[in-house]
Design a protein around this ligand. Structure first.
Ligand SMILES: [Zn+2]
Length: 271
């Protein structure tokens, strides 16, 4: 599943290739729904309008016109790729938009957990009202974040992945952050010390930035918009390494299920 680094990379790729502003010349829809119904009628209203910016918020990609925003979520297996005129439709291509520049942007998604939504610009903030701060944004107040987390009784791994408290840390990077910080994923948020929170925020930023630099992580099928896979999976310390020896202490890496997701950790290194 694409997490923050992978979505950030898709946004950067699209900006690099498409160089907003550009106009939408046509839409092609190959089915009515993804995870939700595709808002075809609203999207057709955007013909001949300029896309002014492509931005990321949490794990959403925002295509912005002067008064509307198309919100895209990649779900488990979604991707946007850019093609030129004589592109060949693949089995799981569901939506294509053509630009006045003769380029096409195609949404492909085998499992269809992704979705596309339409909002008026004045209403889009409501869509994101429940989201916490961005870990890589300069204005994020990590002292306040520590205070908020100290009030929680849930295990730190579960809270780290809760987008209401902090966006963009999914299952993979939560395991990696807690390992690097030396904090047990089972530790209650209220028992995590201020020193440990400092480490958690430091490693959250470092790991996400490093993953973006290395092109993201390709676990199943993630590809960027140039069709390239990521390289950060080679840097995992614990994720997907159950039974293999811990890089720091040589005891076997363990796994456990928390909130329906598999956590990888080292019982010796993480307290
Ligand atoms: Zn260890």
């Amino acid at each position: 599943m694409p997490e923050l680094p992978e979505v950030e990379i898709v946004c950067r790729n699209l900006n690099e290739i498409l160089k907003p502003p550009f106009q939408i010349a046509s839409w092609q829809f190959f089915r009515k729904d993804l995870r939700f119904k595709i808002p075809q009628k609203e999207l057709l209203q955007l013909l001949n309008k300029d896309i002014l910016a492509i931005q990321r918020r949490a794990k959403y990609i925002l295509f912005e016109t002067a008064d509307a925003v198309i919100v895209s979520h990649l779900g488990m297996t979604g991707s946007w790729r850019v093609e030129s005129k004589d592109w060949n439709k693949r089995k799981h291509d569901h939506v294509a938009f053509e630009f006045k520049t003769d380029l096409f942007l195609i949404y492909e998604d085998a499992r269809r957990f992704g979705f596309i939504e339409f909002f008026k610009k004045s209403e889009v903030h409501q869509r994101f009202a429940d989201l916490g701060p961005e870990p890589l944004a300069k204005e994020t107040d990590f002292d306040q974040l520590t205070k908020n987390f100290k009030k929680l009784s849930s295990p730190i791994k579960i809270a780290l992945m809760n987008q209401k408290f902090l966006v963009g840390v999914g299952n993979i990077y939560a395991s990696e952050v807690l390992f690097r910080s030396g904090v047990s994923p089972l530790k209650k948020c209220s028992n995590v010390t201020a020193e440990q929170y400092k480490l958690i925020w430091k490693w959250t930023k470092k790991i996400l930035e490093s993953a973006i630099e290395k092109g993201g992580s390709t676990i199943e099928n993630y590809r960027n918009s140039f069709g390239e896979s990521g390289g950060y999976q080679a840097s995992f310390f614990v994720y997907g390494r159950k039974g293999q020896l811990c890089i720091k202490c040589n005891t076997p890496v363990r796994s456990l299920v928390q909130g329906g997701r598999t956590t990888f950790w080292c019982k010796t290194c993480q307290k």
